[in-house]
Write a protein that binds this ligand. Sequence first.
Ligand SMILES: Cc1cc2nc3c(=O)[nH]c(=O)nc-3n(C[C@H](O)[C@H](O)[C@H](O)COP(=O)(O)OP(=O)(O)OC[C@H]3O[C@@H](n4cnc5c(N)ncnc54)[C@H](O)[C@@H]3O)c2cc1C
Length: 622
Amino acid sequence: MTLKRLQTDILILGSGGAGLFAALHAHQSDPSLSITVAVKGLLGKCGCTRMVQGGYNVALAEGDSVERHFMDTIEGSKWLSNQDLAWTLVTGAVERIHELENELGCFFDRNPDGTVHQKAFAGQTFDRTVHKGDLTGIEIINRLAEQVWARGIDRLEEHRAIELIRTADGRAIAGVLMIDMRSGEFVFVQARAVLLATGGGPTMYKYHTPSGDKSCDGLAMALRAGLPLRDMEMVQFHPTGLLAGTGTRMTGTVIEEGLRGAGGYLLNGRNDGSDEPGERFMQHYDARQERATRDIVSRAIYSEMRAGRTSPNGGVYIQMHHLGPDKVRKQFKGMVERCADCGFDLAGGLVEVVPTAHYMMGGVIFEPDCRTVLEGLFAAGEDTGGVHGANRLGGNGVANSTVFGGIAGESMARWLQEHGDWRGPDEAAIRESIAMHEAPFAPAAGEQAQQHGSGDIESIREALFDCMWDDVGILRTAQGLQRAQGRLAELEAELSRIRLRDDLPGGRAFNLSWHDLLNLRSLVTISRVIATAALAREDSRGAHFREDFPETGDLPNSTYTVVRARDARGGNVTGNTAGIEVGDNDSESNSESNGRESQTGDFTLTREPVNFTRVRPGETIL
Ligand SMILES: Cc1cc2nc3c(=O)[nH]c(=O)nc-3n(C[C@H](O)[C@H](O)[C@H](O)COP(=O)(O)OP(=O)(O)OC[C@H]3O[C@@H](n4cnc5c(N)ncnc54)[C@H](O)[C@@H]3O)c2cc1C
């Protein structure tokens, strides 16, 4: 085993909206700092920010206000948001959108009078979604990447972060262990401050939208490093993923919400073996029909599927032609072309769709200034929890990553002025992690190097997809969640038995089987956390629906779930080492006083009371 060692003042994991904004703002705050962005893919070419289609929520127009954006976000969250984080989001979005336009040079669509065009998105009381056609994310990431390149910020591309390494006394982060995917070498990057911005990503479901490089690595690393994760049961499904059959990565990709907003219909199948569409079914589920929120439409589609009223590939249909094919072609050019690539005529015919896992509302507990409970570790973007509560509004995702990414950059630079020391890593933890990651290459008895390999990664992936879709998906029950817990434990054991060949001519360079295996390890770990949190929440809120507990529960006494690993190396970071309380109130005293702490296998779960710092259920600040 060889271990390369590098040093940087600030290490940023991930190059989405959060990572790149953090790099720019840290550099602006203190140009003398060495800043390194480490990313699993290529900078500017990976992650989900680049995939943003719809747009960016911000209160800009006359008649709108940050208070209104805040109330929409809180109502959408089903009162589970950390309200200080939500307030930071809506106020920070105004500053960030001006920065994107005026400093970074993004061109967003405009009205004839020159004002920025803002479109409607579900769950909002005002049309506030800024966009560039349906390619908003490419515009944002391209401009950001140009600026990062121009400032000479260091890059470690195709470097996969695998472990957050604490100091020997466990009190702070010392750096991050990585694999250089191009060579297969291990690299330890010592850093004075680290940002976790690897973007979550629920790619453990059979149908999912996020980019293929995302496999919940950041969340799995945070859990192993002893950090608490909140709201992990909250996985958002987008109702209309393209259903283009098996064997194509296009299946699961988003057919945008604007189609339903513009008047598209959802039709079920006839259940008589024919390809003919059946009836428009949303009327049976919600008075708003197709314009109901994502969670309601997803549940309705899933119910139709479960009843067997499906299209040939097992989903339902979206129909647009009643609006006039030419109008549809003009208004939804990108979508029409994408569907045509897969053999569907969106403008004149029917397209098969299915709900698809889109976004994780849960993640690492963090403060409005992006600090976490582990000293020196900051977090931003989709890796964090608390901003969106039980449901994220469309358009609040990219706002979240860019607002908090920028804040994280400034916070890290400021923090380093007072906490400037280099901290030595726990060398034993580095050795242990390398051993764990090299284990699949261990030679078989009598061999110099593992020459045969064994186990079937693909079948484990398929089993994970099915387990999460069937039992931890859109409709949940205690029985299904317990079944999933058992199945996930089996899959974890199967993964540990996989052996990979270590005698290939290229060595471990670009060893995709190895990285598939590591992706699956992270996904199975986080799937277990999701199932644990979902089993503990015995009510139905936003994205989380329990058929055995369909009621919303008592809003004024709302609680959120917090999961920690029981076996984190060096123990969990539960104290307020950085002056941060894990719950909105004091975590330990609450969990003791209300008896809500439970030990569930490898995890400890607590339910913390939501602290309504700005507005209480039933009230408004408008
Ligand atoms: C198809 C699609 C459409 C969307 N449309 C919208 C929309 O219209 N509006 C909206 O608000 N939101 C939308 N979202 C959500 C939005 O994209 C995300 O909320 C947001 O962009 C996440 O930003 P991020 O910086 O946290 O993560 P990302 O942009 O996903 O970046 C994560 C980065 O981390 C890297 N990474 C991952 N693992 C590792 C590792 N182990 N080591 C090193 N690097 C790692 C990745 O390679 C990537 O560079 C959409 C998402 C998808 C998938």
